[in-house]
Ligand binder design. Sequence first.
Ligand code: B16
Ligand code: MG
Length: 217
Amino acid sequence: MKKGFIFDLDGVIVDTAKYHYLAWKKLANQLGFEFTEAQNELFKGVSRKRCLEILLEIGKREATQEEFDTWMIEKNVDYLTYIENMDASEILPDVPRILAYLKEKNIPIALGSASKNAQPILEKVGLLHYFDAIVDGNNVTKAKPDPEVFLLAAKQLDVNADNCVVFEDAVAGVEAANAANMISIGIGAAEVLSEADCNFTDFTEISNAFIQKLIEK
Ligand code: B16
Ligand code: MG
């Protein structure tokens, strides 16, 4: 049975959460309130629009549609300056080993991310060539935990959804993978990602033999 492997971006391939945090914090401070790293946890895997809605709830701020749109743009412009200089040193440990193993075995690989900046980030860190399909915030209408992003990725890989494996660091992402009937692998704290089929702290804990088992499953 043909298998497909789908990777989330932020928190799985690279740690861009720290840059999202800096950009959201700058906007919060500009609007006159604090935004903590703990609050930034709520933003993982969540669309940019939803992040701003949550930020404004945290700051108890109302916004006109015009202000909302302006702040979305400002945050992204700021975020783009942070990611501008990203390079391969920012790839999370052992991600290239897993991607190379899958490539060697001719397994189709997709990206399934909420980010609208996914493709330039993969280019900057030099991993774009591994991906047979990129599905990101530009291609979907429904955000995770809706399974749309992963179902579209499976379709683009020409693999049945229930033959796909998803690596995710966000609760909403694990829920999306489960809703798509895919095998969900949680990357991060097992207590947080308790709904995942398997849990690992990071890719250094995942052996090639384990990947091979998933391929043959
Ligand atoms: P952008 P992922 C997500 O990436 C981030 O985890 C989330 O914090 C961010 O708001 C979202 O992308 C949208 O990103 O503003 O670049 O479109 O984890 O789904 O790869
Ligand atoms: Mg993520």
